[in-house]
Ligand binder design. Structure first.
Ligand SMILES: *Cc1c(COP(=O)(O)O)cnc(C)c1O
Length: 471
């Protein structure tokens, strides 16, 4: 080690000295002694490491003094009080954006979370009988009424639902599935991997683009535990294709006494064709095939909180409920409260399409979106932010969340550009605003897609753009 580095290390302030300064500033009002010590140590350690590994050119000119280190520690302690998980404005036009929290909750769901969360609740207590109850019983009746299911169970998310059902029906046994349905959803959910973890044996049949009912039939053996059908959510095979219809799989299952399980993924409760979108089989339609068990997400096309909903035959659901794995995947009370309120919207299905934000974003006529884009431009023009130009343009939004991958959802965007600030910089600044605005970048402009933005959020956008002009 050279002399310079040695000297710098020697001159690093003592931890006690730094803590002494912080004490005088009343640091213990903010955090405990242990935390101050912990942050101090890590800051000094970092300085030491920097001195040891920095290339000569990057070596700081002078060693940080105690005051400088104390300021650094104090800032880091203040940062501990910043909320890292925060609300933001999704201006991407991707309605069910998994990275941005999928479906926003309806006001009733938020009220219920507050109501149920602020005190005790009958989460697992049967008020009629005065004895222990089951947490998912609170919403299963509503789900059964809305889907025609015999019974329902809710778990943490749909991936958990698939894992639980496969483990219940096909542990150490075979699950027959088409090669065309061995899908991956959002990176960490791959059907073959989930099957392995469920301890069931994957029995692939058919080819990527064609799987016939006879392929399933030939694969049936005494080792078969379940016939699995997976909604290919986020992709479509087009052209020369064939897939076995669910009704035929159900008939095949019945013939051999093997349960048939359909992982629907999105799980729509209303017919989207009524809104000019592609028809997605509704949960009720799927159950009408007499399939044994169906799973779907709470926060995809349903527009509620993250949850995995399992519906189907009573005897199968009973087995699933009795599986000890169920305990590990159970849903929490806030989600249940929010789900219950969300489901109630579907008692009048047309209302759900306008009152649940994700569904509204999906079904709203393009004319309304265009109107909102014009309003935003007016508001931005009134704000007279220097060096920004606005233009309205037609564009295409997406359902996201592995739903309706081939559906073009016509939308309207506000394109913002500046003759002096590059679009990438505008994007980064918006992303780091107090209430972050997440946008698309298109060459030298950023795009604000109004399909996923409400009028209530205009203020955040105007403020964030104003800040850009200031800095
Ligand atoms: C999205 C999806 C899942 C996973 O659901 P999560 O709610 O993300 O856990 C599983 N299967 C299919 C077919 C899906 O589309």
């Amino acid at each position: 080690m050279d002399e310079k580095r040695k000297n710098m290390l020697k001159n690093l302030p003592k931890i006690d000295e730094v803590i002494g300064l912080l004490e005088k500033q009343g640091i213990y009002e903010k955090v405990s002694r242990e935390i101050v010590l912990e942050v101090c140590r890590s800051v000094v350690q970092k300085l030491r490491d920097d001195i040891l590994i920095a290339p000569d050119k990057k070596l700081p000119a002078v060693t940080s003094d105690a005051t400088g280190v104390a300021r650094n520690v104090s800032n880091q302690i203040d940062n501990l009080y910043d909320y890292r998980l925060k609300r933001l404005v999704n201006a991407t036009g991707v309605i069910l954006h998994t990275n941005l929290g999928r479906a926003p909750l309806c006001p009733e769901a938020l009220d219920r979370i507050l109501e149920v969360g602020q005190g005790y609740s009958n989460l697992e207590f049967n008020l009629e009988r005065g004895e222990r109850g089951l947490r998912y019983d609170h919403v299963s009746r509503l789900i059964c009424v809305l889907t025609g299911a015999e019974d329902a169970l809710i778990v943490n998310n749909n991936a958990a639902a698939v894992l639980l059902v496969l483990n219940t029906l096909a542990e150490r046994r075979e699950a027959i599935v088409s090669r065309g349905e061995l899908i991956e959803i959002g990176g960490e959910f791959r059907i073959p991997d989930v099957m392995t973890k469920s301890n069931s044996i994957l029995r692939e049949v058919g080819t990527t683009n064609r799987t016939r009912i006879s392929d399933y039939e030939k694969a049936i053996s005494p080792d078969t535990g379940v016939i699995l059908k997976v909604h290919t959510s986020n992709y479509r095979i087009v052209g020369f294709t064939e897939e076995a219809e669910l009704t035929r799989l159900v008939a095949l299952g019945k013939q051999h006494g093997i349960p048939v399980f359909d992982d629907l993924g999105s799980g729509c409760l209303i017919d989207l064709a009524n809104y000019g979108l592609q028809h997605e089989p509704t949960v009720r339609e799927v159950l009408a095939t007499d399939v044994d068990v169906v799973t779907f997400s709470g926060d995809k096309l349903l527009g509620g909180p993250q949850a995995g909903i399992i519906v189907g035959k009573k005897d199968i659901l009973q087995k699933v409920k009795n599986n000890p794995l169920n305990r590990a995947l159970r849903i929490d009370k806030f989600t249940l409260a929010a789900l219950e309120a969300t489901l109630m919207h579907y008692l009048v299905p047309e209302k759900a399409a306008t009152s649940l934000r994700a569904l509204k974003a999906l079904t709203e006529p393009q004319g309304e979106v265009r109107k909102r884009a014009r309003k935003l431009i007016n508001k931005l023009k009134k704000a007279s932010i220097p060096n920004l130009e606005y233009a309205m343009r037609e564009d295409v939004a997406a359902a996201g969340g592995g739903s309706l991958p081939t559906q073009a959802i016509l939308s309207a965007v506000v394109a913002v550009k500046s003759p002096i600030i590059p679009a990438s910089r505008i994007e980064a600044k918006l992303r780091q605003a107090q209430v972050p605005i997440i946008v698309r970048v298109n060459e030298n402009e950023i795009l604000i897609d109004l399909r996923t933005v409400t009028e209530d959020e205009f203020g955040f956008i105007v403020n964030a753009l104003r800040q850009i002009a200031v800095n």
